[in-house]
Every structure is written in structure tokens, then in C-alpha cells.
Design a protein around this ligand. Structure first.
Ligand code: FES
Length: 106
């Protein structure tokens, strides 16, 4: 299974195995990782799964849909490496992915 590293705003790091086909958000929730609340359950409607993707990884991800782009506009302090974790599906190519949670999601 791909290993994904989630880094909390306080710097605490969690490296977990996430099954293929799950979203990066689901991987966090199933492993009780703080900082990804996923209030809408993955419907691209809350932005509480906002993460900053490590720069090296950002361009390897599937492209954003318009709905994700719109929701990120409402997220707390988005930057050019922002994604919604519920919109990233885990596959072979994501082994080693690193994401960081924003300060508001502490
Ligand atoms: S879980 Fe709500 S937008 Fe991702």
C-alpha cells in the first residue's frame, strides 16, 4: 500500500499506509490523524480537508476540478500547493506523498 505522510501544523508527522482507491482524506480519517476533519464526508463542500502538498508532489497529482478550485478559494490561507485531500485518490504513483495541514486545522 502507498505510504502517505501527514504533517500537522505543529510539525508532528504521521506516516501511514493507505489503501488504493481511498482518498487522501479517508486515509487520514481512518488513521485518526488530527487536522483533517472532513465535515462534509468527501463531497468537496467544506474545505476542512485542506492540505498543502509537498512541492515535489504537487504536479504529479490528478488535476483539480472546478468545484475543488472554488472550494479552495474559501479555504483558510490557500496557497499554490493547496488541495482538498478528499479529491486526491490514492494510487501507486502516490507512494511517498507528503501533505501538511494548515494552522486552522490544528
Ligand atoms: S471533506 Fe469536505 S471538502 Fe473534502
Amino acid at each position: 500500500m502507498p505510504k502517505i505522510t501527514y504533517i500537522e501544523h505543529n510539525g508532528k508527522s504521521h506516516a501511514v499506509d493507505v489503501a488504493y482507491g481511498l482518498s487522501v482524506m479517508e486515509g487520514a480519517v481512518q488513521n485518526n490523524i488530527p487536522g483533517i476533519d472532513a465535515d462534509c464526508g468527501g463531497s468537496c463542500a467544506c474545505a476542512t480537508c485542506h492540505v498543502y502538498v509537498d512541492e515535489d508532489w504537487f504536479n504529479k497529482l490528478q488535476k483539480k476540478e472546478d468545484a475543488e478550485e472554488d472550494m479552495l478559494d474559501m479555504a483558510h490561507e490557500p496557497n499554490k500547493f493547496s488541495r482538498l485531500a478528499c479529491q486526491i485518490t490514492v494510487d501507486d504513483g502516490l507512494d511517498g506523498l507528503v501533505v501538511k495541514m494548515p494552522s486552522k486545522q490544528g
